[in-house]
Design a protein. Structure first.
Length: 75
């Protein structure tokens, strides 16, 4: 789930998503867990420094964006 969440956030950057928007996008590609699983994934990724979340909008951290640049993008 964390991989799916981070991938969606990076693919859609510079757009910033809400938890609900992110949940709908992730659920469209996966059928396991729903919004609670997305919220847990956001919390863990934020704790690890890969997402910035101000409780309203979610965006990739500078480190996540730089890593994506180095590995050649996500898909």
């Amino acid at each position: 789930m964390e991989r799916s969440v981070l991938t969606q956030v990076l693919v859609l950057y510079p757009a910033q998503l809400t938890i609900l928007e992110l949940s709908l996008r992730v659920e469209a590609e996966r059928q396991d867990g729903g919004q609670d699983a997305v919220e847990r994934a956001v919390r863990e990724l934020s704790r690890d420094g890969l997402l910035n979340c101000d409780c309203r909008r979610i965006a990739p951290s500078r480190a996540a964006i730089r890593f994506e640049e180095l590995v050649g993008g996500v898909s």
